[in-house]
Design a protein. Sequence first.
Length: 269
Amino acid sequence: MEQKVVLITGGSSGIGKAIGVYLKSKGFKVYGTTRNLKNYPDFEAFDLLELDVCKPETIQKAITTLLAQEKNIDVLINNAGVGITGPVEETPHEEILKNFDTNFHGPLHMIKAVLPQMRKQESGLVINITSIAGYMGLPYRGIYSASKGALEIVTEAIRMEIKDFGIRITNLAPGDFATNIASGRYHTPVTAGSPYEVPYGQTLATIDTHVDSGGDPIDVAKAVYEIITTTTPKVHYKVGTWLQKFSITLKKILPDKLYEKMLLNHYKL
């Protein structure tokens, strides 16, 4: 059987690297991407390509390079993403736009870039790594929730648009996992004297604790493998603790104000 080719954005660390290593162990030909190859001179887990999801010209260059070596792009995993925290009122709007550039526009650039090749192949799979946070507006993570939620929704539309081309697309929403995402996250400063100083400061500490004590990214990798080996992927998948996944179910069945109260209690607000 011909070896399937997988392209993973943000593949140099965290969840992306875990997915790449796991899929390589299962016999896939894996290519990851990073914005700056010079930062990874000794990276040997799998092949890395230089690519910035916010810059379409780098996407085209990377895909051209990949296709010069491989016949197909069988699976695209849109994993590259960045965190952002802060009160919406105090978050600089340029940072909001930058977050959407990576978390929403970036995956769209990637999808648009691979669809012609996948249509030519009459096959292909796109997995968008979103977030359980994208199913609800979380306090002081509203922008992150919105960017991931937007990606979940647009995927629903794309599925219907490409259904006749032999191409499949789905979302995988992780909960909290122990990665280095916090180090790259934009934090709106906790400003002394701000009306949000105390609640935002407390929530920020809670968020970081959840990430530090999060699950092993290998669980996300295993979920990706299961999706790839499924002939008819669902629209949405979730991976995380029972409570994280159940929180989405609760949002569907609880009255809005009761669910809001549950979140406020969770964050002690």
